[in-house]
Design a protein around this ligand. Sequence first.
Ligand code: DP6
Length: 407
Amino acid sequence: MGDFKIHSVTCKAPVNIAVIKYWGKRDTKLILPLNSSVSFTLCTEHLCATTTAAVSPTFKQDQIWLNGEKIENSRLSACLKEIRRRARKRKSVSDNDTDDNIPSEMLNWNVHICSKNNFPTAAGLASSAAGYACLAYCLAKLFKVEGNISDIARLGSGSASRSVFGGAVQWDMGWDSSGSDSIARQLYPHTHWPELKVLILVVTDQQKKVSSFSGMQGSVETSELLQYRIKHCVASRLDAVVNAIGNKDFETLAVNTMKESNQFHAVCLDTYPPISYLNDTSHTIQNLVHSFNKYHQCAKVAYTFDAGPNATLYMLEESVDLFINIVQHYFPPSLSQIGEPFVRGLPVNLIDNIDENLLNLKSIQTTPGAIKYIINTAVGSGPEVVMDPSESLLGEDGLPKQYKESS
Ligand code: DP6
């Protein structure tokens, strides 16, 4: 490496799970959506992407490794191009090589990027959201680009635009054909509603069959329900959800979240050929949530499903222990899962006096092994820089520390 220095930054970015879904693009290149969406960003500690980005005059080309594999990707190039454009613009305004600026020549050096997720990639767990948010955040830190970078993350994956902020986040669809107003903003920080908790019931960690990208294109081209939803449903539901979050009105948030998820999956079925992301276990989880809510005579738990069968459940802290115990009752680990932690993330308390009515729900069939594990988590504060150099994914030579040659 001679005397050349490698400049590198490592960051972590979280997953976000939408309560008002983004499904449909009006511009597939710039990734501009047909409707605005709202999500909660989850805790980085339990679900995150980690990325190291480095620049050096010795790097021969821009290169990226994801989960140990070298990959090529045009969306990544779009993010990189936009970061360099903004860094150049910033340089031309303040043309001095001080500490809060980057050396001019750095803009011409190639970049090495290494990224990994601590959860299954592409299983409907918003891995691309965390991945591209992390990439945009990390490159912004490396090239000292300031301001709202949600539109840079958006160029990688639409939902990633929301993961650059913590708490409750809205991605405004915008109207401009350039995409300049299609950006995300924080509605409330994660401290606004600390009682709000999140469970992810992992039904599968397999790669989804129809990617969000092609699935939503199919819906845009063929689903009449998608057009109806955009014209008549999303705006009022979005207002209801945003007000409910502001007022900490869980009942309204829960009902709207579930109806929104159901409508999104109805749009998928209305797509031709139809797309079905949910499986029997997903439907049983929906039944369980409705039975639980009926028992309590109000909405205590809300489900939402993305482009896969895994369920994300929103609930208040007071319901978490009871609901996890009930899930364990109906979906006990199979023999092959014994020894693996069934509940990951935040700790859970055992409850031994659950009402028999909740344990003998007629509509729910006990299915061992149908849920692989549960992630018990909360709303989080957004992406962060990792200070500990030992956590860098790139070695001093600028190559991944654990490099697996792709065959
Ligand atoms: C169902 O952001 O993965 O999770 O922009 O094509 O990369 P692309 O799609 P992506 O779609 C996410 C869709 C969703 C709903 C949501 O997160 O709003």
